[in-house]
Ligand binder design. Structure first.
Ligand code: ZN
Length: 311
């Protein structure tokens, strides 16, 4: 594999973003497209999951274009249209708005954001003032960063605060969307779920064949969410925060990864070795060796997160 250019970013989620210009990678991820693609740009493709339901998959690993950066989606009801995630840039949100308009005849009326990291929030003002469904922790975390961004990013204009203990059901008109509060990737995550068909957008509680971002994570809770994914109905379509749209076979591989990493971190911790040194010596075994490592300290963040938990 040919490696790799690093780009300094100012988001709290990612001190560095790297792109594998690796060959084979673009082809590997592109081979995952199993559904009709209704729009394609260098930075994303929009896949039709079902009538009125679309998943936007960021293709920055292939193109180096960080316009969207996180995965997203569009959910259409009879009365309202919901878009998912603020995305990395206003350009990304504007693109999603245009797609929503083209596909549904309506601009987005509702926005839901899974957590506070920059790639999921920074572009929110590119939407035409939707009602924004967000937890208080996500709002506070994002707006604290917005204030010190250059240029300053506007606060969320029209907020519906989500409960952090109970799911919230949003009725878009003959389409119910359930926003489920969770924890693991950050201290306040939200998954976006619909039935008929069963689809779950996981936010960054799950990455598909991309090394997870452990920076703000609590690994046992991340593992618990892995179990939740495993228990889903086999027909459930899983849209990860990053990487291709997944099914149950992908979830099995992911759970094996979580177990592998847990074992490695716990063994290192028990031996008395420092997290940084242990991470430096660690190499991912097959089949995870092929996964996208998008920052030089991905593994180090994971070991540090486990060490925080282990004490
Ligand atoms: Zn993300």
């Amino acid at each position: 594999m040919q490696r790799r250019s690093f780009l300094q970013q100012t988001t709290s989620c990612s001190a560095y973003l790297s792109t594998l210009s690796a060959f084979g990678l673009g082809e590997m991820l592109a081979a995952d497209v199993k559904r009709p693609v209704v729009a394609q740009t260098p930075f994303a493709r929009l896949e039709e999951i079902a009538p009125g339901v679309w998943a936007a998959v960021s293709t920055h690993f292939e193109s180096n274009d960080f316009t969207l950066l996180c995965n997203s989606g569009i959910i259409q009801g009879d009365d309202r249209v919901m878009v998912l995630e603020g995305t990395m840039s206003t350009k990304g949100a504007q693109w999603l708005s245009e797609q929503a308009k083209k596909l549904t005849g309506k601009a987005p009326t509702d926005l839901v954001i899974s957590h506070f990291h920059g790639d999921h929030t920074n572009g929110h003002s590119g939407y035409p003032n939707p009602r924004t469904w967000i937890t208080a922790a996500t709002k506070a975390g994002a707006e604290e960063r917005f204030a010190t961004s250059d240029p300053v990013i506007p606060n969320f204009p029209d907020v519906e605060t989500l409960s952090e203990s109970e799911p919230t059901v949003v009725d878009l008109g003959n389409r119910l969307v359930t926003l489920v509060p969770r924890k693991g990737h950050t201290s306040s995550d939200v998954t976006i779920e619909i039935s008929d068909p069963n689809v779950i957008w996981t936010g960054d509680l799950y990455f598909n064949r991309v090394f997870p971002n452990y920076g703000d994570s609590t690994p046992p809770l991340l593992n618990q969410f892995g179990e939740t994914l495993d228990e889903l109905n086999d027909s459930t379509i899983v849209v990860p925060g990053h990487g291709s749209v997944a099914d149950q076979s992908d979830i099995q591989v992911y759970r094996a990864f979580l177990a592998e990493l847990e074992t490695a971190a716990k063994e290192a911790h028990a031996s008395g070795e420092e997290a940084v040194a242990a991470a430096a010596q660690y190499t991912l075994p097959d089949p995870f060796a092929e996964w996208v490592i998008w920052a030089p300290d991905n593994i180090e963040r994971a070991f540090k997160a486990w060490y925080r938990t282990l004490g």
